[in-house]
Design a protein around this ligand. Structure first.
Ligand code: ZN
Length: 169
């Protein structure tokens, strides 16, 4: 930290044990603390020279985002040499599938309760998600349907639907 001038080398140059010259392409993005650890991963996965060449081809206003994604990919690859960040994508896709199934289940349950409440002589809801959603939208008020956003939190959804059921009873 104390190199006399007050401004130490950037994390990249510190890691590469080289002099950090004025205008160093890595300096704005890699500080000498955490930046050095990040750069170590980038260097291990992509190579310092390749990272430098890549950054030179990117307009300066987009380099920060480039560095952030390079670091993200490099750290993920170091952690998981087989899948890298794809492992994270797989796990998020799995989560999305699980949540969609949970949502379909809740919608089917609501639909069943509504049918029961109104004593409609309707057949039980089919397990198809599209049918469940269609049945749900034709039976619930539009105020509830507008909250059927795929991004909605499942707990919020249940609260809204519980409220709707309470009001209708
Ligand atoms: Zn530097």
């Amino acid at each position: 930290m104390s190199n006399g001038s007050g401004t130490g080398p950037c994390g990249a140059c510190k890691f590469l044990r080289r002099k950090c010259v004025k205008g160093c392409i890595f300096a704005p993005y890699f500080d000498s603390e955490q930046g050095m650890a990040h750069f170590a991963a980038v260097h291990k996965v992509f190579g310092a020279s390749n990272a430098s060449k890549l950054l030179l081809t990117i307009p300066p206003n987009k380099r920060l985002e480039t560095v952030v994604t390079l670091c993200y990919e490099a750290l993920a690859r170091v952690r998981d040499p087989v899948y890298g960040c794809v492992g994270h994508i797989f796990s998020l896709q799995q989560q999305a599938v699980t949540l969609q199934a949970e949502l379909a289940y809740v919608q089917a349950r609501i639909s069943t309760l509504q049918h029961h409440h109104h004593s409609f002589p309707m057949p039980p809801p089919t397990p198809s998600q599209a049918d469940v959603a269609a049945a749900c939208c034709s039976n619930l008020s539009s105020s509830v349907c507008t909250t059927m956003d795929p991004s909605i939190d499942i707990t919020d959804l249940c609260n809204v639907l519980d409220q709707q059921l309470d009001n209708s009873m």
